[in-house]
Ligand binder design. Structure first.
Ligand code: BT5
Length: 330
């Protein structure tokens, strides 16, 4: 599969099959409608099958979808989001190193606010601090959103919390599973991580050029690799069924847009309020904290107005975490 954005003609092929889902579409008709040769159509059908798109038929008789495909190509995502600001432009990759990397590059070339990069697979998915994000093909959602918010760089951490609340709501409404948010950026289901958020930015000291909100959600993984099994899970593993990535992604983009506007209108207080309502870690949780070389234990005491986490350490001092991580102590 190519490393490069998906040819918009493959997108048209998927769209054409979806539009004609009840009938067999002859290969030559597909070829002439999208303007490629019949052998290219066949090659692309094979590629889509590799990604789990169930297509019946062969070159001589034509092709038909067996069920609606769960592939995140722009035409299908856009159809779920009429009039959207976030997701008005979707760029799809079958495979890329990291959607955040692509988004930062495209953002530097003036990709507009609300552009979304999605991939079926990442070969070098990124976590924070140089860590890796396991990005199994066609099982997860790997999406990066380009935002150009009118705020100074120092205020940007609230956007990570905003993305966390959006992911929390999207998972709940698309799957019925209720998650918990571990400050600042992990969505947990039954105590294990199903979603991580990596916020990156391009800025000068006092001017923010763009934010990239990178969101990874484990959706249909039927198992996790050994090294992650203790700490990570997928929605399918927890819910005992397969979920539509397309529905979850659409819900996620709608929720990011909703909270983005809430933040523009009401400021940080609205996000702090929503986040605190969605997270058992906000207040009264006994945690181990790790930040800037310091390790301590204590109890969480809510978020401040910027979204930083207040922790009363066991030695009585109050710590204000703007970055770093916490784990629950039982
Ligand atoms: C994160 O980092 O949780 C941010 C993950 C962001 C991933 C998205 S995918 C789309 C976009 N493009 C990218 O390249 N990245 C973003 P952090 O808090 O540092 O957590 C990373 C740690 O989580 C790893 O060190 C593992 O322990 C664990 N981990 C790795 N892959 C995981 C997965 N798929 N599910 C759950 N935990 C995972």
């Amino acid at each position: 599969m190519t490393i490069g954005p998906t040819d918009h003609k493959i997108d048209r092929l998927v769209h054409l099959l979806v539009r004609n889902a009840t009938v067999v579409v002859p290969g030559p008709k597909i070829a002439s409608e999208i303007g490629v040769s019949r052998s290219t159509v066949w090659e692309w059908i094979e590629k889509l099958r590799e990604l789990g798109v169930a297509i019946k038929g062969h070159p001589r008789h034509g092709y038909q979808l067996e069920k609606l495909p769960d592939v995140l190509v722009p035409s299908l995502v856009r159809a779920e989001l009429p009039n959207a600001e976030i997701g008005h432009k979707v760029i799809h990759y079958f495979r890329t190193e990291s959607t955040n990397r692509v988004a930062l590059e495209l953002g530097a070339q003036a990709a507009p606010h609300g552009t979304v990069i999605v991939a079926e697979e990442q070969t070098a998915g990124r976590g924070r601090l140089g860590r890796c994000w396991y990005s199994e093909k066609s099982s997860g959602i790997y999406a990066s959103i380009v935002l150009r918010p009118p705020m100074p760089p120092a205020a940007a951490p609230i956007l990570t919390l905003l993305a966390g609340v959006a992911a929390h709501d999207a998972v709940r409404s698309a799957t019925g599973l209720s998650g918990d948010i571990r400050w600042p950026n992990d969505l947990l289901v039954n105590g294990k991580k199903v979603c991580g958020i990596l916020t990156e930015m391009k800025a000068e000291v006092d001017r923010l050029h763009m934010i990239v909100l990178g969101i990874g959600i484990n959706v249909n993984h039927t198992s996790m690799p050994d090294e992650l099994r203790e700490i990570a899970t997928s929605l399918a593993l927890e819910g005992g069924r397969h979920y539509s990535r397309l529905q979850i992604l659409a819900e996620l983009l709608r929720d990011v847009e909703r909270y983005y506007h809430m933040h523009l209108n009401e400021g940080n207080a609205a996000i702090v309020r929503e986040w605190s309502a969605a997270s058992s870690y906000a207040d009264g949780k006994r945690v181990q904290l790790k930040a800037g070389g310091c390790e301590a234990s204590g109890i969480t005491e809510g978020l401040d107005a910027s979204g930083a986490l207040k922790i009363r350490r066991d030695d009585g001092r109050q710590e204000l975490l703007v970055a770093g991580e916490i784990t629950e102590l039982r």
